[in-house]
Design a protein around this ligand. Structure first.
Ligand code: NAD
Ligand code: DAU
Length: 356
């Protein structure tokens, strides 16, 4: 039966909720424990379709609280951890770096310590069924010029408090592998898009603004480039890596799908015009060039040859189809969008947990 109890941190967030859904449905013999603090970015409305599944349980809690984390690991004796919980928005990290340092660095260290203490790892003796899988970002590699791609061997060069905190967490995870023999895997992924993303990030924010006839704040000249991947393809990649990756290794995940911000924004405007029955070009009038993000990385591009070649993963969806589906999801789920932007979900779930 291969019974396993797996801790997923940050499972109520954007990528985490897609991963939880995938694993709960695909592996009825695994027990999935979703630990999440339910910050503004995470809410349980993202997971109503699996909330009653017999192999799923939600625990509300903060990874920064070391005692709580130790008690949780003691109680559940997890076989494996997939760690996604993080503060994830670059602009917020510029406004308030400490939240990022606490959650992304201290929180990760707390999880590593707890995993180390229950798995009692002291050497690098494979095979082991335990795994600490750390979900990271391509932003740790810094900013590319017009040429080249990020490889797993690209030196780290983080330039925002967010990416520096993620880079620190990656270094800690690797240090626990080398020093303590903790079985780890790290993946570094490019920009994700799809349903259930908090509308502060480019794509859902702009969909929301276009619908409400609000201006579209393009940072700088809109010439920065991002490499966009369908979020469900990221979740599938994590599944493949969780089961097949080589212990101690790092894998890049990306869509080979680079877009200049302004070109991507124009595609969103065009699709929105059609869907809202506006004349072509109407939504583009909302584009407003604003002061650039401080330290704004120019270009990200991921080389995911290692994952594709060694483990056979490939992105499943063409961008044109993915962006159309994404826009449709946000238009159909207006209530979700209103509840996350107003904070209504957060208040609701806070009350629910306070009364327990
Ligand atoms: P998100 O902000 O949507 O979700 C983060 C989740 O973590 C939320 O549910 C939040 O409540 C939870 N959380 C935050 N602080 C916590 C704490 N102290 N304790 C417990 N839970 C806490 O983020 P996302 O976009 O889904 O990203 C998930 C992970 O993937 C992050 O580690 C991020 O760095 C990484 N990543 C994201 C992208 C992307 O494009 N979004 C790309 C590559 C990697
Ligand atoms: O590359 C992976 C990273 O992608 C993840 O690690 C982060 O968690 C995730 O937030 C994302 O970071 P970005 O900074 O690339 O995403 P964001 O959606 O904030 O911005 C995308 C691009 O659009 C970026 O060049 C900044 C620009 N932008 C963003 C916003 C919110 C604008 O021009 N205007 C905006 O209002």
């Amino acid at each position: 039966m291969n019974l396993k109890t797996i801790l997923i941190t940050g499972g109520a967030g954007f990528i985490g909720s897609h991963l939880v859904r995938l694993l709960v449905n695909k592996y009825p013999n695994y027990k999935i424990i979703n630990l999440d603090k339910l910050t503004y970015a995470g809410n349980l409305a993202n997971l109503t379709d699996v909330e009653n599944a017999p192999n799923y349980e939600f625990v509300k809690g903060d990874i920064v609280d070391a005692d709580f984390i130790h008690a949780l690991f003691d109680k559940y004796q997890f076989d494996a951890v997939i760690h996604l919980a993080a503060e994830s928005h670059v602009d917020r990290s510029i406004a308030n770096p400490m939240e990022f340092i606490m959650t992304n660095i201290v929180g990760t260290a707390n999880l590593l310590n707890a995993a180390r203490s229950i798995w009692k790892t002291s050497n690098l003796q494979p095979p082991t069924s335990n795994l600490f899988y750390h979900v990271s970002t391509d932003e740790v590699y810094g900013s590319l010029g017009n040429e080249g791609m990020f490889k797993e061997t690209t030196p780290y060069d983080p330039r925002s408090p967010y990416s520096a905190s993620k880079a620190s967490s990656d270094h800690l995870v690797r240090a626990y592998y080398h020093t303590f023999g903790l079985p780890i895997v790290i993946s570094n992924c490019s920009n994700n898009y799809g349903s259930h993303q908090f509308p502060e990030k480019l794509i859902p924010l702009f969909i929301h603004n276009i619908k409400n006839n609000k201006s579209l704040p393009v940072y700088g000249k809109g010439e920065n480039i991002r490499d966009w991947l369908w979020v469900e393809d990221h979740a599938r990649a994590i599944d493949v890596l969780f089961h097949n990756a080589k212990i101690g290794e790092t894998y890049n995940i990306g869509g080979h799908n680079e877009w200049k911000n302004i070109d991507l924004i124009k595609v969103i405007c065009k699709v929105m015009d059609k869907k809202l029955g506006r004349t072509e070009g109407e939504s583009e009038k909302l584009i407003t060039y604003v002061t650039d993000r401080a330290g704004h990385d120019l270009r990200y591009a991921i080389d995911s040859t290692k994952l594709q070649h060694d483990l056979g993963w490939t992105p499943s969806l063409q961008f044109e189809e993915g962006i159309e589906k994404t826009i449709q999801w946000y238009l159909t789920n207006e209530e979700w969008l209103n509840n996350v932007t107003s904070g209504a979900y957060q208040h609701y779930y806070e009350k629910q947990y306070a009364s327990r």
